[in-house]
Ligand binder design. Structure first.
Ligand code: NAD
Length: 500
Protein backbone atom coordinates (compact mmCIF):
# COMPACT_ATOMS: atom_id res chain seq x y z
CA UNK A 1 0.00 0.00 0.00
CA UNK A 2 1.23 3.52 -0.84
CA UNK A 3 2.58 5.61 2.02
CA UNK A 4 0.09 8.19 3.33
CA UNK A 5 1.41 11.70 3.89
CA UNK A 6 -0.14 13.02 7.08
CA UNK A 7 -0.48 16.39 8.84
CA UNK A 8 1.87 18.09 11.30
CA UNK A 9 -0.22 19.41 14.18
CA UNK A 10 1.12 20.61 17.51
CA UNK A 11 4.56 19.15 16.79
CA UNK A 12 3.27 15.66 15.96
CA UNK A 13 2.36 13.75 12.83
CA UNK A 14 -1.39 13.23 12.82
CA UNK A 15 -2.98 10.73 10.46
CA UNK A 16 -6.10 11.52 8.57
CA UNK A 17 -6.71 7.79 8.93
CA UNK A 18 -10.33 7.36 8.00
CA UNK A 19 -10.63 10.47 5.84
CA UNK A 20 -10.32 11.26 2.14
CA UNK A 21 -6.96 10.87 0.38
CA UNK A 22 -5.50 11.94 -2.99
CA UNK A 23 -2.90 10.16 -5.09
CA UNK A 24 0.59 11.62 -5.42
CA UNK A 25 2.35 10.75 -8.68
CA UNK A 26 5.87 10.54 -9.99
CA UNK A 27 5.31 12.60 -13.16
CA UNK A 28 8.33 11.02 -14.87
CA UNK A 29 6.76 7.55 -14.70
CA UNK A 30 3.06 8.22 -14.25
CA UNK A 31 3.05 5.94 -11.19
CA UNK A 32 1.20 6.63 -7.95
CA UNK A 33 3.97 6.65 -5.36
CA UNK A 34 2.17 7.94 -2.27
CA UNK A 35 -1.15 9.20 -1.07
CA UNK A 36 -1.83 12.40 0.80
CA UNK A 37 -4.48 12.80 3.49
CA UNK A 38 -7.06 15.50 2.70
CA UNK A 39 -7.87 17.18 6.00
CA UNK A 40 -11.54 17.51 6.92
CA UNK A 41 -12.78 20.63 8.72
CA UNK A 42 -12.24 19.02 12.15
CA UNK A 43 -8.53 18.38 11.48
CA UNK A 44 -7.96 21.95 10.30
CA UNK A 45 -9.76 23.19 13.41
CA UNK A 46 -7.42 21.08 15.51
CA UNK A 47 -4.46 22.79 13.82
CA UNK A 48 -5.96 26.24 14.40
CA UNK A 49 -6.49 25.41 18.07
CA UNK A 50 -2.85 24.25 18.37
CA UNK A 51 -1.61 27.45 16.72
CA UNK A 52 -3.80 29.56 18.97
CA UNK A 53 -2.55 27.79 22.10
CA UNK A 54 1.10 28.21 21.05
CA UNK A 55 0.73 31.91 20.24
CA UNK A 56 1.01 33.74 23.61
CA UNK A 57 4.32 32.12 24.63
CA UNK A 58 5.77 32.41 21.12
CA UNK A 59 4.75 36.06 20.81
CA UNK A 60 6.58 36.78 24.07
CA UNK A 61 9.71 34.85 23.05
CA UNK A 62 12.50 37.36 22.29
CA UNK A 63 12.98 37.85 18.54
CA UNK A 64 16.64 36.80 18.85
CA UNK A 65 15.55 33.41 20.21
CA UNK A 66 13.02 33.05 17.41
CA UNK A 67 15.77 33.91 14.91
CA UNK A 68 18.12 31.32 16.44
CA UNK A 69 15.64 28.59 15.48
CA UNK A 70 15.75 29.83 11.89
CA UNK A 71 19.51 29.86 11.99
CA UNK A 72 19.55 26.19 13.05
CA UNK A 73 16.95 25.32 10.43
CA UNK A 74 19.09 26.92 7.72
CA UNK A 75 21.97 24.60 8.70
CA UNK A 76 19.71 21.53 8.70
CA UNK A 77 18.29 22.42 5.29
CA UNK A 78 21.80 22.82 3.87
CA UNK A 79 22.90 19.49 5.36
CA UNK A 80 19.83 17.74 3.93
CA UNK A 81 19.69 19.60 0.62
CA UNK A 82 20.03 16.49 -1.52
CA UNK A 83 17.19 14.71 0.23
CA UNK A 84 14.90 17.74 -0.08
CA UNK A 85 15.68 18.10 -3.79
CA UNK A 86 15.06 14.41 -4.37
CA UNK A 87 11.61 14.78 -2.79
CA UNK A 88 10.90 17.82 -5.00
CA UNK A 89 11.97 16.01 -8.18
CA UNK A 90 10.13 12.78 -7.31
CA UNK A 91 6.80 14.57 -6.99
CA UNK A 92 7.13 17.71 -9.13
CA UNK A 93 9.35 16.33 -11.90
CA UNK A 94 11.78 19.25 -12.24
CA UNK A 95 15.45 18.48 -12.89
CA UNK A 96 17.50 18.05 -9.68
CA UNK A 97 19.75 21.05 -10.47
CA UNK A 98 16.64 23.19 -10.88
CA UNK A 99 15.30 21.86 -7.55
CA UNK A 100 18.63 22.89 -6.00
CA UNK A 101 18.08 26.42 -7.38
CA UNK A 102 14.60 26.44 -5.83
CA UNK A 103 15.99 25.26 -2.49
CA UNK A 104 18.68 27.98 -2.62
CA UNK A 105 15.96 30.60 -2.91
CA UNK A 106 14.01 28.95 -0.06
CA UNK A 107 17.09 29.10 2.18
CA UNK A 108 17.61 32.74 1.22
CA UNK A 109 14.21 33.45 2.77
CA UNK A 110 15.31 31.68 5.97
CA UNK A 111 18.45 33.89 5.96
CA UNK A 112 16.25 36.96 5.76
CA UNK A 113 14.06 35.70 8.61
CA UNK A 114 17.19 35.38 10.79
CA UNK A 115 17.28 39.19 10.77
CA UNK A 116 14.02 39.43 12.75
CA UNK A 117 15.45 41.48 15.64
CA UNK A 118 16.57 44.15 13.18
CA UNK A 119 13.45 43.91 11.01
CA UNK A 120 11.08 44.36 13.94
CA UNK A 121 12.69 47.51 15.32
CA UNK A 122 10.15 50.27 15.79
CA UNK A 123 10.32 54.04 15.38
CA UNK A 124 10.79 56.37 18.33
CA UNK A 125 10.05 60.11 18.78
CA UNK A 126 11.08 61.77 22.01
CA UNK A 127 9.33 64.85 23.44
CA UNK A 128 6.40 64.97 21.04
CA UNK A 129 4.88 67.14 23.82
CA UNK A 130 5.99 68.17 27.30
CA UNK A 131 7.50 64.99 28.87
CA UNK A 132 5.68 62.95 26.24
CA UNK A 133 7.39 60.31 24.10
CA UNK A 134 5.81 58.41 21.24
CA UNK A 135 6.82 55.28 19.38
CA UNK A 136 5.57 52.71 16.92
CA UNK A 137 6.14 49.02 17.35
CA UNK A 138 5.28 46.11 15.09
CA UNK A 139 3.25 43.43 16.81
CA UNK A 140 2.37 40.00 15.41
CA UNK A 141 -1.17 39.29 14.23
CA UNK A 142 -1.76 35.90 15.93
CA UNK A 143 -2.66 32.78 13.95
CA UNK A 144 -1.96 33.20 10.24
CA UNK A 145 -2.28 30.79 7.31
CA UNK A 146 -0.54 30.15 3.99
CA UNK A 147 -1.82 28.26 0.96
CA UNK A 148 0.71 27.33 -1.70
CA UNK A 149 0.90 26.00 -5.30
CA UNK A 150 2.56 22.91 -6.76
CA UNK A 151 5.22 24.56 -8.87
CA UNK A 152 7.67 25.58 -6.12
CA UNK A 153 6.78 23.12 -3.35
CA UNK A 154 9.67 24.13 -1.06
CA UNK A 155 10.31 27.76 -2.02
CA UNK A 156 6.85 29.34 -1.95
CA UNK A 157 6.04 28.03 1.57
CA UNK A 158 9.42 29.51 2.58
CA UNK A 159 8.23 32.92 1.33
CA UNK A 160 5.60 32.77 4.05
CA UNK A 161 5.97 30.80 7.24
CA UNK A 162 9.60 31.58 8.29
CA UNK A 163 9.00 35.33 8.20
CA UNK A 164 5.55 35.03 9.77
CA UNK A 165 6.86 33.00 12.70
CA UNK A 166 9.96 35.11 13.39
CA UNK A 167 7.59 38.07 13.55
CA UNK A 168 5.89 36.24 16.46
CA UNK A 169 2.88 34.69 14.72
CA UNK A 170 1.92 31.03 14.69
CA UNK A 171 1.23 29.44 11.35
CA UNK A 172 -0.88 26.91 9.47
CA UNK A 173 0.43 25.90 6.07
CA UNK A 174 -1.75 24.19 3.47
CA UNK A 175 0.68 23.06 0.75
CA UNK A 176 -0.25 21.79 -2.69
CA UNK A 177 -1.74 18.31 -2.49
CA UNK A 178 0.20 17.37 -5.65
CA UNK A 179 3.72 17.48 -4.14
CA UNK A 180 3.64 17.94 -0.35
CA UNK A 181 6.60 15.76 0.75
CA UNK A 182 9.47 18.29 0.56
CA UNK A 183 7.71 20.85 2.72
CA UNK A 184 6.56 18.20 5.19
CA UNK A 185 10.20 17.22 5.57
CA UNK A 186 11.30 20.86 6.01
CA UNK A 187 8.59 21.26 8.67
CA UNK A 188 10.05 18.24 10.48
CA UNK A 189 13.50 19.85 10.29
CA UNK A 190 12.00 23.00 11.81
CA UNK A 191 10.84 20.92 14.81
CA UNK A 192 14.38 19.49 15.12
CA UNK A 193 15.73 23.05 15.01
CA UNK A 194 13.72 23.81 18.15
CA UNK A 195 10.52 25.40 16.86
CA UNK A 196 8.03 24.87 19.70
CA UNK A 197 5.04 22.59 19.07
CA UNK A 198 2.09 24.39 17.49
CA UNK A 199 4.10 27.32 16.06
CA UNK A 200 4.14 25.76 12.58
CA UNK A 201 1.38 23.34 11.65
CA UNK A 202 0.97 21.77 8.22
CA UNK A 203 -2.41 20.51 7.09
CA UNK A 204 -2.64 18.72 3.79
CA UNK A 205 -5.85 19.01 1.88
CA UNK A 206 -7.94 20.67 -0.76
CA UNK A 207 -10.85 23.12 -0.93
CA UNK A 208 -12.39 21.86 2.32
CA UNK A 209 -9.21 22.67 4.27
CA UNK A 210 -8.79 26.03 2.53
CA UNK A 211 -12.40 27.04 3.17
CA UNK A 212 -12.05 26.17 6.85
CA UNK A 213 -9.02 28.48 7.10
CA UNK A 214 -10.86 31.26 5.23
CA UNK A 215 -13.94 31.08 7.41
CA UNK A 216 -12.51 30.52 10.89
CA UNK A 217 -12.44 33.78 12.87
CA UNK A 218 -9.30 32.70 14.77
CA UNK A 219 -7.23 33.00 11.56
CA UNK A 220 -6.12 36.64 11.30
CA UNK A 221 -4.43 36.69 7.90
CA UNK A 222 -3.99 34.54 4.80
CA UNK A 223 -1.14 34.49 2.26
CA UNK A 224 -1.96 32.69 -0.97
CA UNK A 225 0.02 31.85 -4.10
CA UNK A 226 -1.62 30.01 -6.99
CA UNK A 227 -3.80 30.58 -10.04
CA UNK A 228 -5.76 33.80 -10.55
CA UNK A 229 -9.33 32.43 -10.24
CA UNK A 230 -8.47 30.84 -6.88
CA UNK A 231 -6.46 33.92 -5.77
CA UNK A 232 -9.48 36.10 -6.43
CA UNK A 233 -11.73 33.71 -4.50
CA UNK A 234 -9.30 33.62 -1.55
CA UNK A 235 -9.03 37.41 -1.51
CA UNK A 236 -12.77 38.10 -1.71
CA UNK A 237 -13.74 35.41 0.84
CA UNK A 238 -10.92 36.18 3.27
CA UNK A 239 -11.42 39.94 3.23
CA UNK A 240 -15.22 39.55 3.51
CA UNK A 241 -14.45 37.63 6.72
CA UNK A 242 -12.36 40.53 8.00
CA UNK A 243 -8.94 38.95 7.38
CA UNK A 244 -5.82 40.55 5.99
CA UNK A 245 -5.14 38.80 2.66
CA UNK A 246 -2.39 38.81 0.04
CA UNK A 247 -3.22 36.55 -2.91
CA UNK A 248 -0.68 36.15 -5.68
CA UNK A 249 -2.09 34.80 -8.94
CA UNK A 250 -1.17 33.73 -12.45
CA UNK A 251 0.93 35.33 -15.14
CA UNK A 252 1.70 35.69 -18.83
CA UNK A 253 5.10 37.31 -18.83
CA UNK A 254 6.30 38.97 -22.05
CA UNK A 255 9.89 39.62 -23.06
CA UNK A 256 10.55 42.38 -25.59
CA UNK A 257 13.48 41.84 -27.92
CA UNK A 258 14.63 45.11 -29.49
CA UNK A 259 16.44 45.22 -32.85
CA UNK A 260 19.70 46.28 -31.13
CA UNK A 261 19.67 43.42 -28.57
CA UNK A 262 22.56 40.97 -28.23
CA UNK A 263 20.52 38.21 -29.84
CA UNK A 264 22.65 35.25 -28.81
CA UNK A 265 22.47 36.37 -25.19
CA UNK A 266 18.71 36.97 -25.50
CA UNK A 267 18.09 33.54 -27.04
CA UNK A 268 20.11 31.73 -24.37
CA UNK A 269 18.20 33.60 -21.69
CA UNK A 270 14.84 32.96 -23.34
CA UNK A 271 15.42 29.23 -23.68
CA UNK A 272 15.87 28.89 -19.91
CA UNK A 273 13.03 31.27 -19.10
CA UNK A 274 10.54 29.63 -21.47
CA UNK A 275 11.40 25.94 -21.05
CA UNK A 276 13.12 25.70 -17.64
CA UNK A 277 10.97 23.73 -15.18
CA UNK A 278 8.82 22.80 -18.20
CA UNK A 279 7.41 26.34 -18.30
CA UNK A 280 5.71 25.77 -14.93
CA UNK A 281 6.99 28.97 -13.31
CA UNK A 282 4.94 32.06 -12.58
CA UNK A 283 7.93 34.09 -13.79
CA UNK A 284 8.45 32.00 -16.95
CA UNK A 285 8.52 33.82 -20.28
CA UNK A 286 5.83 32.29 -22.55
CA UNK A 287 5.64 35.32 -24.94
CA UNK A 288 8.41 37.06 -26.84
CA UNK A 289 7.53 40.31 -28.58
CA UNK A 290 9.97 40.83 -31.42
CA UNK A 291 10.36 44.45 -32.51
CA UNK A 292 10.89 44.48 -36.28
CA UNK A 293 10.54 41.66 -38.83
CA UNK A 294 14.31 41.06 -39.02
CA UNK A 295 14.46 40.61 -35.24
CA UNK A 296 11.54 38.16 -35.43
CA UNK A 297 13.11 36.12 -38.25
CA UNK A 298 16.50 35.91 -36.53
CA UNK A 299 14.94 34.99 -33.18
CA UNK A 300 12.79 32.21 -34.60
CA UNK A 301 15.78 30.71 -36.46
CA UNK A 302 18.01 30.75 -33.36
CA UNK A 303 15.31 29.44 -30.99
CA UNK A 304 14.45 26.65 -33.43
CA UNK A 305 18.09 25.59 -33.58
CA UNK A 306 18.35 25.48 -29.79
CA UNK A 307 15.06 23.59 -29.43
CA UNK A 308 16.44 20.87 -31.66
CA UNK A 309 19.03 20.06 -29.01
CA UNK A 310 16.83 20.63 -25.93
CA UNK A 311 17.17 17.52 -23.77
CA UNK A 312 13.93 16.34 -22.19
CA UNK A 313 13.78 13.46 -19.73
CA UNK A 314 13.45 12.49 -16.07
CA UNK A 315 14.48 15.13 -13.56
CA UNK A 316 16.71 12.66 -11.74
CA UNK A 317 19.20 12.95 -14.65
CA UNK A 318 20.95 16.31 -14.37
CA UNK A 319 21.99 16.22 -18.01
CA UNK A 320 18.35 16.91 -18.96
CA UNK A 321 17.23 20.51 -19.53
CA UNK A 322 13.59 19.87 -18.84
CA UNK A 323 11.49 17.26 -17.01
CA UNK A 324 7.82 16.27 -17.31
CA UNK A 325 4.67 18.28 -16.61
CA UNK A 326 3.08 17.81 -13.17
CA UNK A 327 0.23 15.41 -13.99
CA UNK A 328 -1.91 13.91 -16.70
CA UNK A 329 -4.75 16.49 -16.68
CA UNK A 330 -2.21 19.32 -16.93
CA UNK A 331 -0.34 17.48 -19.70
CA UNK A 332 -3.60 17.11 -21.65
CA UNK A 333 -4.44 20.78 -21.06
CA UNK A 334 -1.09 22.06 -22.32
CA UNK A 335 -1.16 19.72 -25.33
CA UNK A 336 -4.71 20.93 -26.02
CA UNK A 337 -3.40 24.51 -26.18
CA UNK A 338 -0.86 23.47 -28.81
CA UNK A 339 -3.70 21.93 -30.88
CA UNK A 340 -5.71 25.12 -30.37
CA UNK A 341 -2.83 27.36 -31.50
CA UNK A 342 -2.67 25.45 -34.79
CA UNK A 343 -6.47 25.82 -35.21
CA UNK A 344 -6.22 29.53 -34.43
CA UNK A 345 -3.76 30.00 -37.29
CA UNK A 346 -0.46 30.48 -35.43
CA UNK A 347 2.58 28.97 -37.13
CA UNK A 348 3.86 25.95 -35.17
CA UNK A 349 7.60 26.11 -35.89
CA UNK A 350 8.60 23.39 -33.41
CA UNK A 351 6.09 20.71 -32.38
CA UNK A 352 6.88 18.84 -29.17
CA UNK A 353 3.64 16.84 -29.04
CA UNK A 354 5.05 13.56 -30.31
CA UNK A 355 7.98 13.33 -27.94
CA UNK A 356 8.52 9.90 -26.39
CA UNK A 357 11.10 9.48 -23.63
CA UNK A 358 12.45 5.96 -23.83
CA UNK A 359 11.84 3.96 -20.66
CA UNK A 360 9.38 6.64 -19.46
CA UNK A 361 6.54 6.13 -21.91
CA UNK A 362 3.91 6.78 -19.22
CA UNK A 363 5.52 10.00 -17.97
CA UNK A 364 3.94 13.38 -18.69
CA UNK A 365 6.63 14.57 -21.13
CA UNK A 366 5.94 17.20 -23.74
CA UNK A 367 8.70 18.51 -25.96
CA UNK A 368 9.40 22.23 -26.26
CA UNK A 369 6.92 23.93 -28.63
CA UNK A 370 7.47 27.20 -30.52
CA UNK A 371 4.77 29.25 -32.21
CA UNK A 372 5.47 32.17 -34.55
CA UNK A 373 2.98 34.75 -35.92
CA UNK A 374 0.88 34.69 -32.76
CA UNK A 375 -1.65 37.55 -32.49
CA UNK A 376 -3.33 39.09 -29.41
CA UNK A 377 -6.79 37.81 -30.34
CA UNK A 378 -5.66 34.17 -29.97
CA UNK A 379 -6.42 32.18 -26.80
CA UNK A 380 -2.85 30.82 -26.81
CA UNK A 381 -1.73 34.44 -26.39
CA UNK A 382 -4.30 35.42 -23.79
CA UNK A 383 -4.34 32.42 -21.43
CA UNK A 384 -1.72 31.24 -18.98
CA UNK A 385 -0.71 27.85 -20.48
CA UNK A 386 1.91 26.95 -17.83
CA UNK A 387 3.86 24.59 -20.06
CA UNK A 388 6.80 24.48 -22.51
CA UNK A 389 5.07 26.57 -25.18
CA UNK A 390 6.67 29.80 -26.38
CA UNK A 391 4.79 32.27 -28.60
CA UNK A 392 6.42 34.91 -30.80
CA UNK A 393 4.41 38.05 -31.49
CA UNK A 394 5.77 40.51 -34.03
CA UNK A 395 5.36 44.31 -33.77
CA UNK A 396 7.04 47.34 -35.33
CA UNK A 397 7.91 49.56 -32.35
CA UNK A 398 8.83 49.40 -28.68
CA UNK A 399 5.68 51.37 -27.86
CA UNK A 400 3.49 48.79 -29.62
CA UNK A 401 5.20 46.05 -27.61
CA UNK A 402 4.64 47.95 -24.34
CA UNK A 403 0.98 48.64 -25.20
CA UNK A 404 0.46 44.90 -25.65
CA UNK A 405 1.95 44.16 -22.23
CA UNK A 406 -0.07 46.90 -20.57
CA UNK A 407 -3.30 45.64 -22.15
CA UNK A 408 -2.80 42.07 -20.87
CA UNK A 409 -4.82 41.05 -17.80
CA UNK A 410 -1.69 39.83 -15.96
CA UNK A 411 1.21 41.97 -14.76
CA UNK A 412 3.57 39.66 -12.91
CA UNK A 413 6.96 39.87 -14.66
CA UNK A 414 8.45 41.22 -17.85
CA UNK A 415 11.81 41.89 -19.44
CA UNK A 416 13.43 43.86 -22.23
CA UNK A 417 16.51 42.83 -24.19
CA UNK A 418 18.31 45.86 -25.55
CA UNK A 419 21.66 47.67 -25.61
CA UNK A 420 19.93 51.07 -25.45
CA UNK A 421 19.84 52.59 -21.96
CA UNK A 422 17.20 55.15 -22.92
CA UNK A 423 14.84 52.46 -24.24
CA UNK A 424 15.42 50.37 -21.10
CA UNK A 425 14.78 53.31 -18.80
CA UNK A 426 11.58 54.26 -20.63
CA UNK A 427 10.48 50.64 -20.24
CA UNK A 428 11.18 50.33 -16.51
CA UNK A 429 9.60 53.74 -15.82
CA UNK A 430 6.36 53.13 -17.66
CA UNK A 431 5.48 49.44 -17.98
CA UNK A 432 2.51 48.34 -15.85
CA UNK A 433 4.09 45.21 -14.39
CA UNK A 434 5.30 44.44 -10.87
CA UNK A 435 8.71 42.82 -11.56
CA UNK A 436 10.80 44.09 -14.45
CA UNK A 437 14.06 42.87 -15.96
CA UNK A 438 16.54 44.56 -18.26
CA UNK A 439 18.47 41.80 -20.03
CA UNK A 440 17.40 39.63 -17.06
CA UNK A 441 14.72 37.14 -18.14
CA UNK A 442 13.55 35.98 -14.69
CA UNK A 443 13.65 39.10 -12.51
CA UNK A 444 12.61 37.22 -9.36
CA UNK A 445 13.41 39.56 -6.46
CA UNK A 446 15.90 38.35 -3.86
CA UNK A 447 14.60 37.60 -0.36
CA UNK A 448 15.47 41.05 0.98
CA UNK A 449 13.39 42.74 -1.72
CA UNK A 450 9.71 41.78 -2.11
CA UNK A 451 7.87 39.74 -4.75
CA UNK A 452 4.58 40.58 -6.43
CA UNK A 453 2.74 41.43 -9.60
CA UNK A 454 0.33 44.11 -10.70
CA UNK A 455 -3.15 43.87 -12.21
CA UNK A 456 -4.72 40.39 -11.92
CA UNK A 457 -1.45 38.83 -10.75
CA UNK A 458 -1.87 40.09 -7.18
CA UNK A 459 -4.94 40.78 -5.04
CA UNK A 460 -4.03 42.81 -1.97
CA UNK A 461 -1.74 45.70 -1.16
CA UNK A 462 1.53 44.15 -0.03
CA UNK A 463 3.99 41.99 -1.97
CA UNK A 464 5.24 38.67 -0.57
CA UNK A 465 8.37 38.31 1.62
CA UNK A 466 11.12 40.92 2.17
CA UNK A 467 10.14 44.26 3.73
CA UNK A 468 6.51 43.98 2.56
CA UNK A 469 6.32 40.53 4.18
CA UNK A 470 7.33 42.00 7.54
CA UNK A 471 4.57 44.59 7.21
CA UNK A 472 2.05 41.94 6.15
CA UNK A 473 2.72 39.73 9.17
CA UNK A 474 2.75 42.55 11.72
CA UNK A 475 0.43 45.29 12.90
CA UNK A 476 1.73 48.72 13.76
CA UNK A 477 0.89 50.01 17.21
CA UNK A 478 1.69 53.61 18.16
CA UNK A 479 2.14 54.33 21.85
CA UNK A 480 2.19 57.80 23.41
CA UNK A 481 3.49 57.98 26.96
CA UNK A 482 3.88 60.71 29.56
CA UNK A 483 5.67 60.50 32.86
CA UNK A 484 4.96 63.92 34.42
CA UNK A 485 7.62 65.19 36.81
CA UNK A 486 6.66 65.01 40.46
CA UNK A 487 4.59 68.01 41.48
CA UNK A 488 3.73 69.10 37.92
CA UNK A 489 0.07 68.42 37.29
CA UNK A 490 -1.90 69.79 34.33
CA UNK A 491 -5.50 70.83 34.61
CA UNK A 492 -8.16 69.35 32.33
CA UNK A 493 -7.78 70.38 28.68
CA UNK A 494 -10.91 70.55 26.58
CA UNK A 495 -9.31 71.68 23.34
CA UNK A 496 -7.68 69.06 21.13
CA UNK A 497 -4.08 68.51 22.30
CA UNK A 498 -1.49 70.21 20.08
CA UNK A 499 1.83 71.98 20.38
CA UNK A 500 0.37 75.34 19.24
P1 NAD B 1 -3.97 26.38 -7.87
O1 NAD B 1 -4.61 27.72 -7.83
O2 NAD B 1 -4.68 25.27 -8.55
O3 NAD B 1 -3.69 25.86 -6.37
C1 NAD B 1 -3.05 26.65 -5.42
C2 NAD B 1 -3.53 26.23 -4.04
O4 NAD B 1 -4.93 26.49 -3.95
C3 NAD B 1 -3.32 24.76 -3.73
O5 NAD B 1 -2.88 24.63 -2.40
C4 NAD B 1 -4.70 24.16 -3.92
O6 NAD B 1 -4.95 23.05 -3.08
C5 NAD B 1 -5.62 25.31 -3.56
N1 NAD B 1 -6.89 25.27 -4.30
C6 NAD B 1 -7.09 24.79 -5.56
N2 NAD B 1 -8.38 24.92 -5.92
C7 NAD B 1 -9.02 25.48 -4.87
C8 NAD B 1 -10.37 25.87 -4.63
N3 NAD B 1 -11.33 25.70 -5.56
N4 NAD B 1 -10.67 26.43 -3.45
C9 NAD B 1 -9.72 26.62 -2.51
N5 NAD B 1 -8.43 26.26 -2.68
C10 NAD B 1 -8.08 25.70 -3.85
O7 NAD B 1 -2.50 26.59 -8.49
P2 NAD B 1 -1.43 25.49 -8.90
O8 NAD B 1 -1.91 24.79 -10.13
O9 NAD B 1 -1.05 24.68 -7.73
O10 NAD B 1 -0.19 26.43 -9.26
C11 NAD B 1 -0.02 27.03 -10.52
C12 NAD B 1 -0.54 28.45 -10.52
O11 NAD B 1 0.10 29.21 -9.50
C13 NAD B 1 -0.22 29.18 -11.83
O12 NAD B 1 -1.34 29.96 -12.17
C14 NAD B 1 0.95 30.08 -11.45
O13 NAD B 1 1.11 31.25 -12.23
C15 NAD B 1 0.60 30.42 -10.04
N6 NAD B 1 1.77 30.86 -9.29
C16 NAD B 1 1.87 32.19 -9.01
C17 NAD B 1 2.97 32.66 -8.33
C18 NAD B 1 3.09 34.12 -8.02
O14 NAD B 1 3.95 34.45 -7.23
N7 NAD B 1 2.29 34.99 -8.56
C19 NAD B 1 3.97 31.77 -7.91
C20 NAD B 1 3.82 30.41 -8.19
C21 NAD B 1 2.70 29.96 -8.89
Amino acid sequence: MAKIIEHLINGKMVSGAAGRVADVYNPATGEVTKQVALAPKSTVEEAIAAAEAAYPAWRDTPPTKRAQVMFKLKGLMEQNAEKICQLITDEHGKVLNDAMGELGRAIENIDFACGAPQLLKGEHSKNVGPAIDSWSEFQPLGVVAGITPFNFPAMVPAWMWPLAVVCGNTFILKPSERDPSSVMYIAELAQQAGLPAGVLNVVNGDKEAVDTLLNDPRVQAVSFVGSTPIAEYIYSTGTANGKRVQALGGAKNHAIVMPDADLDNAVNALMGAAYGSCGERCMAIPVVVAVGEDTGDALVAKLKAQLEVLKVGPGTDNSNDMGPLINKPHFEKVKGYVDLGVEEGALLVVDGRDLVVEGHENGYFLGGCLFDKVTPNMKIYQDEIFGPVLSIVRVNTQQEAMDLIDAHEYGNGTCIFTRDGEAARYFTDNIKVGMVGVNVPLPVPVAYQSFGGWKRSLFGDLFAYGPDGVRFYTRRKTITQRWPSAGVREGSQFSFPSNK
